[in-house]
Design a protein around this ligand. Sequence first.
Ligand SMILES: [Zn+2]
Length: 159
Amino acid sequence: MATVDGPTTCDQCGFEEAFRSENTRSGEVHILCPRCGRLMWTTAVRDRIREMIEGVAFYKLTKDGHRIYRRYGRPGHGVLFLSAQLGFGQFSPLSQLPSDEMIAEVRAMVASPESAPHVCYLTRWTGDSVEFVIGSDKEPVWRQDAGTGSELAQEVEIG
Ligand SMILES: [Zn+2]
């Protein structure tokens, strides 16, 4: 599986460092905005019947031999990013706006000793901008490299 990852601009909030991942073999693309939670993906249309008969992947093609892609998307409502002390973190795009209960739960999780509170955050899409309900983008996890992420990286190396 060959993938090429790089930043792209989010078409919902305009954030310029949304995650873009492209599979160079299938041509399929996944985009996740780590701020507003917008998701987009394309899939190549497969020929399932031919795959069953021949036992390998087959894509449906246009008359001039190009693969056919379907484009899907889900609007962003916000993102939860939780990270543990050792630098393991996960972006979870929200399927709806965060409720008061969810905000209280996340606050408790972020305050627990296992989490890395300086990088955890919860956002909400207001309809025209991204609001940080918990945390901030002062130490953006999507930009953590040898410089800003060194604290987390060192802990992993020592452990
Ligand atoms: Zn966005």
